[in-house]
Design a protein around this ligand. Sequence first.
Ligand code: PGA
Length: 240
Amino acid sequence: MASIYVAALVENLLREHANPVLGLATGSTPLRLYRQLVEFHRQGLSFAHVTTVNLDEYVGLAAEDPHSYAAFMRRELFAQVDIPLGNIFLPNGMTQDLAGECARYDAILDCHPIDIQILGIGRNGHIGFNEPNDTLRGRTHVVDLAPNTLEANARYFDDTHPIPTQAITMGIESILRAREIVLMAFGRDKAQAVHRALSGEISTQNPASFLQMHPNTTFVLDEGAASSIGGIAAGKVSSV
Ligand code: PGA
């Protein structure tokens, strides 16, 4: 139900906007959203006018590598809809020039202001791969993945293919520039992170807390993820 709700938001944008820009996320959380969008496409919704920018990519993985986020997006969405290849943007994890790649991605983001940014949330409060830290970066940058992120994402890798320890991620400022943000979270193991994002102090140790400063953010939660947020003002949270 939650994913259908978010898919309907995206569908409205695609129907109303001549050149919509979607900010997209990977991970288990948006999977049902993408399935629903593919279903809408089968029923006639076109993506021919859509541009997408993804939050992040692992350093050292080629787009052809099935573990890369480029491959994830191709599998789950892009190959199943009519989006033009030239309208799809992710950081290039195979670059020899990480600083240059971050600047290239910032230029892309500057040219394509995001209409709706889809976010998941890490149990440690990360959004994109902006990990809790003493400082946060505003624009695209390279991060060392936090130990608990490596642990959480190790399930997608194995001994023959160890998880990369670095990623290129959009920064907090770029995320907050989106006209609308939809953070999705499912399951009780996200409840504390959701609670801290909504009502904790705004802190670089809790990157999702910066969403409190954004004027148009919706949290879309299942019961488990919403189980710690009694007392949050209605309207800030949609639990569906
Ligand atoms: P998940 O990851 O959707 O796989 O839970 C979300 C995140 O870490 O941002």
